[in-house]
Design a protein around this ligand. Structure first.
Ligand code: ADP
Length: 329
């Protein structure tokens, strides 16, 4: 593989999350403006660990779009792949917390700018100029961003990039659950490295609910059927299950006092991909020891992100991750 400009490029949804933060004097919820979107969170984690990154996506030509561009620049993520829409507003997600602190989302996206990214707007030098390409499933929910995503993944793969995929399940964003599953699975066909939750693993292996899931069997099925290098099943405080064609195992989560788990999975993924980029061998050929060590590093990245508020602001540095791994935090 020749010289590449970027270590990692990601494509996908980039939006404003409005997150409840207390109550006003008149008793109404106060909402905090936050940058949202898993692909950028993953890039922010990679950038914080010293990698050269760029983002591909679309926001509105409005103050929120300008703010989101500033966020990229402040994180050191190249913004030349960020496109402005004249036709739609920057996508917004309103987070609702129920009495037990469980999150649900209401999206203002009919459509939102993120879903209007077109194939022509994906700059070829970004897809061909990266060692690793990361995407998710939210940009697959509707056209034209679905075609733009599949085109970009294919271009990156042809140019020799490692393909990383995080199929996030957001049922309300799909026309039907069946269609959602079809497109979620289409991403697996292209990917080398995939991260899922228990629930997503159950869905992708055709089980009705996560309660009946046999993680080992489900993970093996996905790795073999889609020819994955590595499948990671992240399970919050229960840690991570990993599977390659050769090895399977679990790495316990670090013991921390979580404050806000938003973005833990993205911090985990960023830390994992950092190790992938730093390794001489491809993940499919890693020894069991290297695999275990890498998942432990990623777990520490995920755990640290739960100890502070937010997704991007909560990311740990390399030193903090290493300290947590040595048990000194
Ligand atoms: P997601 O944010 O995608 O739902 P998880 O919640 O599974 O992902 O978190 C990803 C990883 O972050 C976990 O595998 C774990 O290593 C770490 N992590 C998440 N929550 C906690 C927690 N409460 N304590 C320790 N580690 C955690």
């Amino acid at each position: 593989m020749g010289h590449k400009i970027y270590d990692a490029v990601a494509l996908g949804e980039y939006l404003i999350d409005f997150v409840p933060d207390g109550v006003s004097v008149s008793g109404e919820p106060l909402l905090e403006r936050n940058p949202g979107g898993a692909p950028v969170n993953v890039l922010a984690a990679l950038a914080k660990l010293g990698n050269k990154t760029a983002f591909i996506g679309k926001v509105g030509q409005d103050p929120f779009g300008e703010y989101l561009r500033d966020v990229l620049i402040r994180q050191g993520i190249a913004d030349e792949g960020l496109v402005l829409s004249r036709d739609a507003h920057t996508t917004m997600a309103f987070v609702h917390l129920d009495e037990r602190g469980e999150r649900s989302f209401h999206f203002a996206r009919q459509p939102g700018a993120d879903a209007l990214l077109t194939e022509d707007e994906v700059r070829p030098e970004l897809t061909s100029g990266t060692r690793l390409f990361h995407f998710g499933s939210i940009s697959l929910t509707s056209e034209p961003s679905r075609q733009a995503t599949l085109h970009a993944v294919e271009a990156a793969r042809q140019a020799g990039a490692i393909i990383s995929y995080d199929p996030n399940w957001r049922p309300s964003l799909w026309e039907t659950e069946e269609l959602g599953l079809v497109w979620m699975k289409s991403g697996l066909e292209q990917a080398n490295i995939v991260k899922v939750s228990d629930e997503e693993l159950a869905l992708l292996t055709g089980l009705p609910d996560a309660g009946t899931l046999d993680i080992a069997a489900g993970a093996e099925e996905l790795v073999l059927r889609y020819g994955l290098d590595v499948l990671l099943v992240t399970r919050g405080a229960a840690g991570t299950y990993y599977r390659t064609t050769r090895y399977a195992g679990e790495v316990a989560a670090n013991r921390v006092v979580p404050v806000d788990t938003t973005g833990a999975g993205d911090a985990f993924m960023g830390a994992f991909l950092h190790c992938v980029l730093g390794s001489e061998t491809k993940a499919a050929d890693w020894s069991e020891e290297e695999l275990h060590r890498t998942v432990a590093f990623a777990n520490a990245g995920g755990a640290l992100a739960t100890t502070r508020k937010g997704a991007i602001h909560s990311l740990g540095t390399l030193e903090e991750i290493e300290e947590l791994l040595r048990g000194r935090r």
